[in-house]
Write a protein that binds this ligand. Sequence first.
Ligand code: 2NL
Length: 345
Amino acid sequence: MEERLKELKAEALDKVDQAVNLKELNEIRVAYLGKKGPITEVLRGMGKLSAEERPKMGALANEVREIISKRIEAKQSELEEAAVLEKIAAETIDVTLPGRPVKAGNHHPLTKVIEEIEDLFIGMGYEIVEGPEVETDYFNFEALNLPKSHPARDMQDSFYITDEILLRTQTSPVQARTMQKHQGKGPIKIICPGKVYRRDNDDATHSHQFMQIEGLVVGENIRMSDLKGTLDTFAKKLFGEDREIRLRPSFFPFTEPSVEMDISCKICGGTGCSICKGTGWIEILGAGMVHPNVLEMSGYDSKKYTGFAFGMGPERIAMLKYGIDDIRHFYTDDVRFLKQFSKHE
Ligand code: 2NL
């Protein structure tokens, strides 16, 4: 019996020493020290022993148990510590590694041009005002001196929802609404950017949906020279200090007199090229003094108040600024096109 216990002790200690993980160690514990283990088995056979031998064997069995148990405990701490160290090693962060770059997007070229124009006018004391894209016939046309018989109100040219409601064809209704809100009192200095819609067949220079930026100034003693100075400042800030502007007579139902503003061509310096079509001038926007009918319809006394207004297409301006040859690029969301503008941020 003594032999058997010594054998078991040697065998168990050997196995404990060889254990490579906590699971294995626990299996050894159950196998040797458990209720169904070999030591318990040996102790069960003690009944056959003499009275003197029994306590001796009992003590020995307990001693063997104690030794194995101690060795298991020691091994357990050892394995646990190794596991912690291994986990720490696996989680080590090499702070000297270069960082992973964050992928930065960029603004849409149209957004950039619109925000740049807004900022220029904010710098001159204007406020940005927005309004609905679904408009009434009254604000889109009537209030802007386009009577019912006007050709611009043709069903062929606009997206009508009912006889009286349509998708706005310009951002002017936002300005008419603003004037009406002022109830004929006080000055107005606003920029109205937004989406507009016209029934058109899309091609390189036409789109059924596009952006517009309009400006309106109303006050006492607002003159044509104020318009000219404002447009000159705007053109130089947006296209460069070396640009000249030129105003040509034009016609809009909502302004009188009306003008078309051109900027001098930078590509050829005025001698004529394909961009300016040989003229040395590039058309940028339309403008004029607010028609007295428009002021009166929105509640302003046209004898006391005057004003100027202008309207431009940011797509056209972005096309000129970035050399884009097709308006459809703005709306087709081709990332190869859009990514080209990240360098301009
Ligand atoms: C163009 C021309 C223009 C206006 C827009 C306007 C608005 C009010 C009163 C008077 Cl409320 N005028 N807007 C005036 C002249 C020209 O736009 O070619 N746009 C792309």
